[in-house]
Every structure is written in structure tokens, then in C-alpha cells.
Design a protein around this ligand. Structure first.
Ligand code: SAH
Ligand code: SF4
Length: 359
């Protein structure tokens, strides 16, 4: 047996796969054939690739391996949402959530195991960062979902949208995220349009600017506060990138991606950020920087160990009306999958140790 570590083929973009094949003295077009078997037909096994010669299959098997990740414990909510765990080869686990709706179906993808940040309202934030996910581990959440819901018929795609709103801060894992996006958007494979992908960030300004130039997906900002004092308190990242820097970056994102609206996510915390005055502050902030955006008001999902309470729906509606009267697009997010702990901010792999409470 060879001692050379085999390459996980699912970590490669198609271009890099073709380059690796050239080094093996194989024809680069075989990369396209392999790619289509994997990402169009869901075949994760060289021996099933009937248009590749037996000799080439042996060469490929010597050089590459496929993921051996598993879905653990899929739970279906009364509303059709499926939350499941993906177990990687080192035993680590992340969570993904599949959310079917009438006209589309969205997968909420994790980008890290745990999170370095500790936003006070977020359950994931109580878990220390274990590590970044590799590109294959990010993409595998899509593949495993497609297997789970039997979605390999190109003419009737069931999974239509992707949101990076699972565990972790995607922009702290920028390079692997960028490779994963290349794989996901490759027209010969999974063929997702960037218009159907949204990356959510807590507000990492340098990576917002990189994304604006390079990835050009939809952008969602976890805003949650309308002034620096409050945002510093509930989201520590604001001390590094305060609101003026964040909004300047959003403005550049708008300029470089004029056909996109930025989404501001705003979790409604009772008596913390949900007053009429906060609503007016939010209007002023957005108007000051003239951001092309929509605001998504998120009912807070309570979890044990967190002191915050959720705003009443009436209160959320009052807040929404103030935004709408001031000509902003404002929606209220439907809470999905909360009975299986699959709703926003509830994701956490139970196997991991919590952060110290002082963090
Ligand atoms: N780290 C990135 C991606 C995670 S997205 C980010 O923070 O944007 C998860 C979304 O759910 C974020 O908008 C987050 O602020 C929000 N969220 C976190 N905890 C929540 C909770 N308990 N209830 C509702 N939304 C929550
Ligand atoms: Fe991390 Fe986002 Fe949760 Fe903050 S809200 S702790 S950045 S996952």
C-alpha cells in the first residue's frame, strides 16, 4: 500500500482537478467527465464512471479519495424543515438545515465547527471554535442534502437556494469558502447561480470588501443594533469594525454589485433593541449611508442559558411599520424548524465543550 496521502477529490475545483490529472499524464477532459458524474449524477465512486477507462480508473483510485461523511440523526419538523448533523472523518459534527417553501427550498450551511465570536444572543457562539471546514466539508452539506431528498434530476431541482447562516462566521474561513463557492457555482456541476447564494456575516469589513470584488454573492449583515454602544455590548466584533466602517463597506458593496440588495438581519430582543426609537435610529443609519437594502426582522429564538427574551409579535409589527413608513423594505422572518432546534442561532453541536462564561 502506498504511504502517500491521497487527495480528497471533493476539495478541488474543476480547474485544479484538470491540473492534477495533467500531472498524472491523464487527459484534462477527463476532469469534466469525472465532474459530471460527481456533481450532476451524485456518483461518488470511480468504478461507476462508465465512460472512463478501467486503466484510468485504477490511476484515479491510487491518487484520490472521496469524502466519507455521514448524515446523523435527521429530524423533520412539523413544517417540513429537516435539521441534520454531518459527521466528518475526524468525528467532528456540524449542523445543516433544509427549509422547503412553496416556490423554493433553501439549505442553511455551516462554515465552521463552533465560532470564534460570542454574540450574546447566539447559541452557536457559546461553543468554542474547533476548526474551519474544508471546501469538501462545506460542499458535502449540499451533496448529502441532495441524497437525503433525492434531488439528482437536473430538470426538477428541489434544492434551489443556499444561505451561509449555519454555524460559524463564513468570512473567518474565507479561502475555503471561496473554493467551495467555485465548486458550487461550476456550470458543469451543481450549477448554482450566485443570485441564489447568500453569505451572512457578523460584519468583517476587509472580507466584505473582498467578497464584493471576488465572490459577488448576495450579502447579509447581522446588524442587530443601531448604535455602537449597544452593538459593542451584544456583538464584540463591533469594537473592531464599528458601524461607520461597516456601513461604508456596505456602500462599496452596493456600488460594485448594483443589482443586489444587502439584507440587514435584525434579531428582535425584548427591551434591548426593539423600541420605536431603535426603529427610527435604524432608518436614520440606512438613510445616512443611502444603502440599497432590505431589513429582515428576526424573532429571537430563546435558548436555555440566555437571558434575552423575544419581542412580542405586535411589537415586531410596530417596528416593521416604522421602517415601511420610511420607505424601507422590511420583512419578518418566519421561524422554521424551532421544534427541532433548527432555527437561527439555535445551532450547536452538542458534543462540544462550551466557552467559559466570561468570554
Ligand atoms: N456568523 C454569521 C453567520 C451565522 S448566521 C453571522 O452571524 O451572520 C445566523 C443568523 O442568526 C445571524 O444573523 C445571527 O445573528 C442570527 N441569530 C443568532 N442567534 C439567534 C437567535 N437566538 N435567534 C434568532 N436569530 C439568531
Ligand atoms: Fe458566530 Fe454569527 Fe453566532 Fe455571532 S451570530 S456567535 S458570528 S455564528
Amino acid at each position: 500500500m502506498s504511504h502517500i496521502k491521497k487527495i480528497n477529490i471533493e476539495n478541488l475545483t474543476r480547474v485544479n482537478l484538470a491540473k492534477t490529472l495533467e500531472i498524472l499524464a491523464l487527459k484534462p477532459f477527463i476532469a469534466n467527465q469525472i465532474w459530471q458524474w460527481i456533481y450532476r449524477k451524485g456518483k461518488f465512486n470511480f468504478s461507476e464512471m462508465s465512460n472512463v477507462s478501467k486503466l484510468n480508473i485504477r490511476i484515479l483510485q491510487d491518487k484520490f479519495v472521496f469524502n466519507n461523511f455521514q448524515i446523523v440523526n435527521p429530524k423533520t419538523s412539523f413544517d417540513g424543515t429537516i435539521k441534520f448533523l454531518v459527521k466528518f472523518e475526524d468525528g467532528n459534527i456540524v449542523e445543516s438545515v433544509f427549509i422547503p417553501e412553496e416556490t423554493r427550498a433553501t439549505l442553511c450551511i455551516s462554515s465552521q465547527i463552533g465560532c470564534t465570536l460570542s454574540c450574546k444572543f447566539c447559541h452557536t457562539g457559546t461553543q468554542t471554535l474547533v476548526r474551519n471546514l474544508e471546501p469538501a466539508e462545506i460542499v458535502s452539506q449540499i451533496i448529502l442534502t441532495k441524497n437525503l431528498i433525492n434531488d439528482w434530476d437536473d430538470n426538477h431541482k428541489k434544492l434551489t437556494n443556499l444561505v451561509f447562516m449555519g454555524m460559524g462566521e463564513p468570512f473567518f474561513n474565507y479561502d475555503n469558502l471561496a473554493t467551495a463557492i467555485k465548486i458550487i457555482c461550476d456550470p458543469q456541476g451543481l450549477n448554482f447561480s450566485k443570485k441564489r447564494i447568500t453569505i451572512s456575516t457578523s460584519g468583517l469589513v476587509p472580507e466584505i470588501l473582498r467578497c464584493s470584488n471576488e465572490l459577488k454573492t448576495n450579502l447579509a449583515i447581522s446588524l442587530h443594533a443601531t448604535n455602537d454602544k449597544l452593538r459593542n455590548e451584544i456583538m464584540g466584533i463591533n469594537k473592531k469594525y464599528p458601524l461607520n466602517q461597516l456601513f461604508e463597506a456596505c456602500k462599496i458593496y452596493n456600488q460594485q454589485n448594483p443589482d443586489q440588495k444587502i439584507t440587514f438581519e435584525y434579531v428582535m430582543l425584548k427591551d434591548i433593541n426593539d423600541s420605536r426609537q431603535h426603529a427610527h435610529e435604524l432608518v436614520d443609519l440606512i438613510k445616512k449611508y443611502n444603502i440599497n437594502c432590505k431589513v429582515n426582522l428576526i424573532p429571537f429564538n430563546q435558548w436555555q442559558g440566555c437571558d434575552y427574551k423575544n419581542s412580542s409579535i405586535d411589537n415586531i409589527k410596530v417596528f416593521q411599520e416604522i421602517l415601511q413608513k420610511n420607505k424601507l423594505i422590511a420583512t419578518i422572518r418566519k421561524t422554521r424548524g424551532s421544534d427541532v432546534m433548527g432555527a437561527c442561532g439555535q445551532l450547536k453541536s452538542e458534543s462540544q465543550r462550551p466557552k467559559k462564561s466570561s468570554s
